[in-house]
Design a protein around this ligand. Structure first.
Ligand code: ZN
Ligand code: ZN
Length: 614
């Protein structure tokens, strides 16, 4: 199993830990210390040694920060984690605040009197974050002090070591582009930014650039490493040599100078003297800004130059994505067929999630499942209405008659990353469930069928997915789509379809198309396929070129939840064409039993006939 279903740990009665940290604060002459949920490289999943906030507070959620003062400890979490935080921290020691309405920098600005020196670890905050903290400190006259070393690390006796998992080469057959070619593109980016150096800090960018993968963190096949790109010269790659075998070492030696991670500050100081250095203000640790400036270099604030080329998949990566999706679809569809066979009331959320993972693991072939892409969201009834639900032994519930079951999952294969959500009727759905599902489906189809000219951004398309819901006074509180990596992070920038999606959509980008609807305490609905941006060749006699999406994900959409009377002819046509394609592609890949189910599940729907279940 690539996941576990343990309940969040009981509160750590952490007075000793807080006391130890406060003693260090006293020695260092600090009135306040910032403790973010972050590692040095902004990873979505933190390595165990970077779980400093969890160690200190007991809170194990995936986002948050804390301020420790001499007599207060405040934990900041977003709405998803309010209840969990209250359960996990010791209420005698901690107070919980909103990370959204009143984050640490705002809280500091409002508490001027007793806080004159605020300490932080510059390796755990980006330049933009430090900018916000600095303006808060300026407001109150406090001093914001970058610390050498981390006070939590000093107090944490049994802190785990940095992960050192082996590195694998991502072969040209899957990567589709040589590192030397990618480095040439980086050189051009440095030239146009007038930079001599660029520190690449995002492990996804490093892995993409050097065609390597690893398993230092859960669910994202990255290895922890940094690179210094140099205009016109080979880059320096900082990676623990114990992670490299003879083959990977030889491979990387051809395209870089290899160094141990500990050498990074010294090397950067040497190279940055009088040099213009590119740093991403939202990704790079602020410590890099300090190193560059102390060395007499100048910082050029610019987006990580690997982000956009990484997002635009090449033909080999696109073909890999199609193959990975086909393999994944065979597993998903076998799972959906199995799910339908189960007696109502006999299945719970954890059993269902485990079964899905085992279907994926069994779809071995030459490209076995390397990991799941994230912890499976397996939510029935009211649990389905919790957007980022993670089932645990405590929350686990049985799938009951009349409920909706939401399953959001993904796989990591060497040729691609998948992410799919299906919402399934358990027994007979209500009118209201069918109406809401059909509206969500119409939004999904609107994205699938969208045609748009060059220059269109994700934020321009986002309303298309919401309009059918908006027309009925409904909406959902998350983005419509996120970027997805190629055997990398399942949440990849800069592309997205959301209110904040300012990146122009370009052919080769992969995104999710996942509108939803959530009725608290009752049910949740999401329909998610991954889509590829490509030129639209199906328009005749148009004036200008258009782009559109090719859907990559294949799996039946539950027709028991669709009310065809609410759909247009074009929408029904899309649905029937999609199901026809799913059936043709999957028929050769699944068992006879699954095929029997698949044929029924993909039967064409007609407007003037009652739905199959009625
Ligand atoms: Zn998903
Ligand atoms: Zn997704």
């Amino acid at each position: 199993m690539f996941q576990n279903f343990d309940a969040p740990k009981a509160p750590v009665r952490g007075r000793n830990r807080l006391d130890a940290v406060r003693a260090l604060m006293h020695e260092t002459k600090l009135d306040a210390l910032l403790v973010p949920h972050a590692d040095e490289q902004r990873n979505e999943y933190l390595p165990a040694n970077a779980e400093r906030l969890a160690w200190l507070s007991g809170f194990t959620g995936s986002a948050g920060e804390a301020i420790v003062t001499i007599d207060q400890a405040i934990l900041f979490v977003d709405g998803r984690y309010t209840l969990q935080a209250a359960d996990q921290v010791d209420p005698d020691l901690w107070q919980v605040e909103s990370l959204i309405d009143n984050p640490a920098h705002k809280w500091l600005a409002a508490h001027p009197s007793d806080i004159t020196t605020i300490g932080y670890n510059p390796w755990l905050h980006t330049a933009n974050e430090v900018g916000r903290l600095q303006s808060a400190a300026d407001k109150t006259g406090a001093v914001l002090r970058a610390l050498d070393g981390d006070l939590i690390d000093n107090a944490w006796n049994d802190q785990p070591a940095q992960p050192r998992q082996p590195v694998r080469i991502q072969p040209f057959e899957q990567a589709g582009k040589l590192t030397t070619q990618k480095l040439e593109d980086m050189d051009a980016a440095l030239l146009s930014a007038d930079a001599e150096l660029c520190v690449v800090t995002d492990p996804s960018s490093i892995c993409w650039l050097f065609n390597i993968r690893g398993s230092d963190v859960a669910h994202t096949p990255i290895t922890l490493a940094h690179a210094i790109l140099r205009r016109g010269e080979l880059p320096l790659l900082f990676i623990a040599s114990e992670k490299l075998d003879i083959e990977t070492k030889a491979f990387l030696n051809q395209v870089s100078y290899l160094h141990e991670p500990g050498e990074l500050p010294t090397k950067l100081t040497e190279l940055a003297q009088n040099a213009p250095v590119m740093l991403d203000p939202d990704l790079a640790a602020y410590a890099f800004t300090r190193l560059v400036e102390e060395a007499g270099g100048t910082v050029i604030k610019a987006a990580d130059p690997a982000r956009l080329p990484r997002a635009i998949k090449n033909d080999v990566e696109i073909e890999g994505a199609r193959t990975a999706h086909l393999r994944d679809a065979a597993a998903i569809t076998s799972y959906l067929a199995w799910l339908d066979e189960q007696k109502i009331g006999s299945l719970d959320e954890i059993t269902a999630a485990k079964k899905l993972e085992s279907f994926r693991s069994e779809m071995a072939g030459n490209m076995p499942l390397r990991d799941i892409a994230f912890d499976t969201i397996s939510g029935s009834g009211p649990n389905g209405a919790i957007v980022h639900y993670r089932v645990t032994q405590n929350s686990n519930r049985t799938l009951e008659e009349g409920e909706l079951y939401l399953s959001d999952s993904g796989g990591q294969y060497q040729d691609g990353t998948t992410d799919i959500t299906r919402t399934i009727a358990i027994g007979t759905p209500s009118r209201e469930q069918r109406r809401a599902f059909t509206l969500v489906l119409r939004g999904h189809i609107a994205i699938a069928l969208a045609r748009f000219p060059k220059g269109t951004r994700g934020m321009d398309l986002d309303p298309l997915a919401r309009m059918p819901l908006w027309q009925h006074g409904m909406d959902y509180a998350h983005g419509t789509g996120h970027g997805v990596g190629s055997y990398l992070s399942v949440h990849e920038g800069p592309q997205s379809i959301s209110r904040r999606g300012a990146q122009e959509l370009l052919p080769g980008m992969i995104l999710s198309n996942e509108p939803g609807y959530y009725r608290a305490g009752e049910f949740g609905i999401r329909i998610e396929n991954l889509v590829l941006v490509r030129e639209a060749s199906d328009i005749q006699d148009g004036d200008i070129a258009m782009m559109g999406f090719e859907t990559l994900t294949l799996a039946p959409i539950d027709q028991r939840l669709i009310d065809p009377a609410l759909m247009s002819d074009d929408e029904l046509h899309w649905l029937n064409a999609y199901h026809g394609w799913v059936r043709r592609k999957l028929e050769p890949l699944v068992s006879d039993e699954t095929n029997d189910w698949l044929r029924r599940a993909t039967e064409p729907m007609l407007k003037d006939l009652p739905p199959a279940s009625a």
